[in-house]
Design a protein around this ligand. Sequence first.
Ligand code: SF4
Ligand code: SF4
Length: 136
Amino acid sequence: MSTVVSLEKYIHNDLVRRVEELSGQDLLACYQCGECSAGCPAAFAMDLLPSQVIRLLQLGQVEEVLNSATIWFCAACQTCYARCPKGVDLSRIMEALRELAMERDGDTLKHTEIPKEELEAFPQQAIIAGFRKYTL
Ligand code: SF4
Ligand code: SF4
């Protein structure tokens, strides 16, 4: 994995600030101990480890993270949060990244676009789960 750091990709660029706003997390609190990656049950399927995600964000490389499969493999189990000595909640960061990826790709769903008959027929859990994944 090559990483290019430049003034244009300065650590606190607009996308990094959006991740911080949406997640409510302090990205610079992470000191790269790796405890999150060591305990993550989905790490085997990820192309970037959780600790690599946060390191890239610290370096302003948000697009690289948005293009990775990792943000979609995170199961929001919060094992990383429980293990993190700095209290960084990576599951909230992953959720913020999914939101940004969907915003970038225009991949969103409005409840007004779902036919009334389908709204009545679908299990409530499926509708709520869908909105967690497909709305901003
Ligand atoms: S456990 Fe916390 S401090 Fe350690 S690498 Fe992960 S996010 Fe950073
Ligand atoms: S919340 Fe996501 S990144 Fe953290 S341990 Fe669970 S699957 Fe891994």
